[in-house]
Design a protein around this ligand. Structure first.
Ligand code: ADP
Ligand code: MG
Length: 247
């Protein structure tokens, strides 16, 4: 094996992936620039740190399970006037996650609730936070089956180790009494530990009916709204207004 090949293999066994992939380029570059030993070492280590951060971000993104990727750059705030661009942009520093604030987006279908919460979640991942996205329906399934399904158990564990949990589409499908209890248990466990983002097509006044018990609804809303920013989104469905057709 050549010396270069030896270095590559040593890099690989130490999980120095940038060294493994770029050892020749690193050496050539150092020769070209006539780098000092110290400069060379710095370049090698910086490359390793960059590569590790990129891989970690890719893993966080995969773990988040977003249904699609969205960015606020292509959110049309002129179309959606009920939500302030300034207020949403202020959330991009992610201080609210550090302060364990929740966000609740209420509004009819197609007004951009999922778009905004996925865009915020993606930004949070870029900034190093662990995020889990789930619909309420999938969340209920995971909570109900976590004792018998390893996949569900791992999803529930992931939720508990996240900095931010996005629960989309609360209220689209009916919830049984047992499911409402499981939801309360989760919200209580995450309370003041993890930021929660909720989207719902139902106003709070309809949550009683959704969750089937006024005392439970009050207890859940109490916890969710204690430290919370509420966005009431109104207006027309972006989907309907921008309907695409093939003919
Ligand atoms: P909701 O979750 O409120 O039902 P979505 O966020 O899924 O709505 O939006 C439906 C579709 O319309 C998505 O493809 C989304 O990217 C797009 N959309 C919604 N509002 C806007 C907007 N103001 N600007 C750009 N795209 C939007
Ligand atoms: Mg949605």
């Amino acid at each position: 094996m050549s010396k270069i090949e030896d270095l590559k293999q040593q890099g690989l066994s130490l999980k120095l992936y940038n060294l493994y992939e770029c050892v020749e380029a690193l050496i050539k570059d150092a020769e070209l620039k006539d780098s000092s030993y110290q400069e060379f070492l710095e370049t090698v280590l910086e490359g390793e740190i960059r590569t590790k951060e990129k891989r970690a971000q890719e893993i966080r993104l995969k773990n988040a399970c977003f249904p699609t990727l969205k960015s606020l750059d292509n959110f049309d705030f002129d179309f959606q006037k009920s939500i302030s661009k300034k207020k949403i942009n202020r959330l991009l520093d992610m201080d609210w996650i550090d302060d364990i604030f929740n966000l609740i987006f209420l509004g009819p279908p197609g007004v951009g609730k999922t778009h905004i919460c996925v865009a915020l979640g993606y930004k949070a991942i870029e900034m190093g936070y662990r995020v889990t996205y789930t619909t309420m329906d999938h969340l209920m399934y995971a909570l109900k089956t976590s004792d018998i399904s390893r996949k569900s158990k791992s999803k529930v564990n992931k939720i508990h180790s996240s900095d931010l949990v996005i629960i989309d589409e609360v209220g689209y499908l009916p919830i049984t009494r047992d499911e409402a209890n499981l939801f309360f248990k989760l919200v209580s466990e995450l309370y003041e530990q993890t930021s929660i983002v909720i989207t719902s097509n139902k106003g709070f006044e309809d949550w009683n009916e959704l969750l089937g018990d006024p005392a439970l609804t009050t207890a859940i809303l109490d916890r969710l709204t204690y430290k919370c920013e509420l966005f009431n989104i109104t207006g027309k469905s972006y989907r309907l207004e921008h309907r695409q057709s093939i003919v």
